[in-house]
Design a protein around this ligand. Structure first.
Ligand code: BES
Ligand code: ZN
Ligand code: ZN
Length: 499
């Protein structure tokens, strides 16, 4: 991750590859908004900006040669749009504008960021955004290409709070969040020949060790243990692959926990659809079908690094959905852990099967609340598009997740679980079928999952679209794995911890 420091210095006097300065829209045109920047320089840029067509709109990035009054090589103007009625900027706008600027500077060694922050929380948002933007996945590139894409190495953020303890804490929190988001993106971006259930389980152990997540224990159930333990969802989905399924538990147990939370993540390391095989076009994106499990892993690690007084156990439901000679068939009936039987009508609705085992396992272990997160349905994208995730479940938990998402700046939208959709999930031969009627497919999947959580307060997060950005980068979001869900789940845990 980029090396980040706060500075009270005049940002224009710092020698660096680039100086990032905020611009915004006002009734008089474009204004410069940048902490610690001297007034004459602000005026100079404000006079120049309109002539260069700079408006200050959100998402606007303009790179200019720096004038004699700026020690950096280039000046980057990043748009913040309009101020909020109270004169400040929305924290997500701060993240987005910092991140977009830093992302545009990939390949630069050192960058100074001067954006407006009226308090330490806003400063934290600027730092977070800058770090989210300082990301590249270059594992499979040659050295030359990797260097060109390399994220900014050194970031200096100009602020009036450089010496405050709260600012230091905000930077630390932002660094832990960014490591979790980056770690999630890395796993999602890893090629599916390299990331499969067993290697994912190893990656979980490595992440816990390398990120110094104290008090976190990783336990792995392999394919034989899963079959013996009656985990029929994971076993059935995994049996078409030469690389067997795993259930990984990642448990963080602080000494004085105020609450006990389970996070269950879908970890299909590749989803071909199985015998109900998917069309060839775009199937490569199904390497991202493990994004829920990746987000869960890194949320638990981050919770431990933050030392939250909440016990959190992650359940990573890992399998590869392949159409091998031993693959499950449409028509098969499997028993989920605990005995409930499911008729498989479509082997491509595999996520809910592995999640059912994970949910039952979480409920068995006893938790105050269970969240599950999954790239579960194409219907999520039909309903909410590529960038907005769905959340459904017990009314209060669903609303808490939505509130957490709003606080951290992720887009989640509450969806209902209409009882009439349960009708479509009725099976002629088993307790339940794995597909229902087509309309409202995201909700039907939620209803399927609900039947495995009993009375435990629960919410289901469908991140099918937002987990993987198939289009171009925007804001602090790169192409490929996005890390969606980590911040919302952490925000949820923080609110339970009373942070
Ligand atoms: N992994 C997919 C859902 C998905 C689709 C995630 C697009 C990300 C982008 C899931 O396993 C799936 O295939 N679901 C089916 C369910 C259907 C057969 C009921 C779907 O959504 O089409
Ligand atoms: Zn599928
Ligand atoms: Zn899937």
């Amino acid at each position: 991750m980029a090396d980040l420091t706060l500075t009270a210095k005049n940002p224009a006097r710092i020698a660096a590859d680039a100086l990032v300065v905020g611009t915004c829209l006002t009734s008089d045109g474009v204004a410069v908004v940048a902490d610690q920047l001297p007034a004459p320089l602000v005026e100079q840029i404000e006079t120049l900006a309109p002539r260069l067509g700079v408006t200050g709109a959100r998402q606007e990035i303009r790179t200019l040669p720096a004038g004699p009054d700026v020690a950096a090589d280039v000046l980057v103007l990043t748009g913040l749009g309009e101020r909020e009625p109270d004169g400040t900027f929305d924290r997500e706008v701060l993240r987005e504008s910092a991140g977009a600027a830093v992302r545009s500077l990939a390949g630069s060694a050192s960058v100074v960021v001067a954006l407006p922050a009226v308090d330490e929380a806003e400063l934290g948002a600027v730092v977070e955004g800058a770090l989210y933007g300082a990301y590249a996945y270059t594992t499979y590139r040659d050295a030359k290409a990797a260097a060109k894409q390399a994220p900014v190495g050194t970031l200096q953020v100009a602020t009036t709070f450089a010496r405050s303890a709260a600012a230091k804490a905000a930077v630390e929190r932002a660094e832990i969040l960014a490591a979790a988001v980056h770690g999630t993106r890395d796993l999602v971006n890893t090629a599916p020949n390299d990331l499969y259930p067993a290697s994912f389980a190893d990656a979980a152990k490595t992440a816990v060790k390398e990120l110094g997540a104290k008090g976190v224990k990783v336990t792995v159930l392999d394919d034989k243990q899963l079959a013996a333990g009656g985990y029929g969802g994971l076993t059935g989905v995994g049996q078409g692959s030469a690389r067997g399924p795993r259930l990984v538990k990642v448990a963080y147990t602080p000494a004085k926990a105020t609450s006990k939370v389970a996070l269950v993540g879908k970890g299909i390391t590749f989803d071909t659809g199985g015998i109900s095989i998917k069309p060839a076009a775009g199937m490569d994106a199904m390497k991202s079908d493990m994004a829920g499990a990746a987000a869960v892993l890194h949320t638990v690690v981050a919770a431990a690094r933050l030392g939250l007084p909440v016990a959190v156990t992650g359940y990573l439901c890992l399998a590869e959905n392949m159409p091998g000679g031993n693959a499950q068939r449409p028509g098969d009936v499997v028993a989920i852990r605990g005995g409930k039987t499911v008729e498989i009508l479509n082997t491509d609705a595999e996520g809910r099967l592995v999640m059912a085992d994970g949910l039952v396992s979480a409920v068995e272990d006893g938790h105050d609340v269970v969240l599950d997160i999954a790239t579960l349905t194409g219907a999520q994208m039909v309903a909410l598009g590529r960038r907005v995730s769905g959340v459904m479940g017990s009314d209060d938990v669903r609303d808490q997740v939505k509130a957490a998402a709003d606080t951290v700046g992720e887009q989640f939208w509450p969806m209902p679980l209409p009882d009439e959709l349960a009708e479509g999930l009725k099976s002629k031969v088993a307790d339940i079928a794995n597909v229902g009627e087509r309309w409202g497919g995201m909700l039907a999947a939620g209803i399927f999952l609900r039947s495995f959580v009993g009375d435990t307060p629960w919410a289901h997060l469908d991140i099918a679209g937002p987990a993987f950005n198939e289009k171009g980068a925007y804001g602090y979001t790169p192409a490929g794995g996005t890390g969606t869900g980590v911040r919302t789940m952490l925000g949820f845990l923080e609110s339970r911890a009373g942070v």
